[in-house]
Write a protein that binds this ligand. Structure first.
Ligand SMILES: [Zn+2]
Length: 105
């Protein structure tokens, strides 16, 4: 039996980009206030009754994080641990877009 783990990267990327597009269209994303410009930037993502918080370090000293169950489960295995909420925030925020590189590397 072949135990090699194969991942269809193209299918995976398409699925995630579609999911992120869905978040951008249907969810409300609010950037929360920062006390200091160097502080991590927090975003509140609301869709229906669900509400999550995405935290992004503008200096990229640590990876973006999200409070949704997906982010906890993916745990770095898929898309560098980036859930669709994180991807949507990074696509939306021009100054943070470079952190999408992590998924492509
Ligand atoms: Zn999430």
């Amino acid at each position: 039996m072949d135990k090699t783990l194969t991942i269809d990267f193209r299918a995976r990327d398409q699925r995630f980009m579609r999911a992120a597009g869905d978040v951008l269209k249907r969810y409300r994303i609010d950037r929360l206030e920062q006390a200091d410009p160097g502080d991590p930037v927090r975003f509140r993502i609301r869709g229906g009754r669900r509400e999550y918080t995405v935290t992004v370090d503008p200096r990229w000293a640590s990876k973006p994080a999200c409070t949704c169950p997906d982010a906890a489960q993916l745990g770095g295995l898929q898309n560098a641990g980036y859930c669709k909420h994180i991807i949507a925030v990074l696509i939306r925020e021009k100054a943070l877009q470079f952190q999408l590189l992590e998924i492509l590397l």
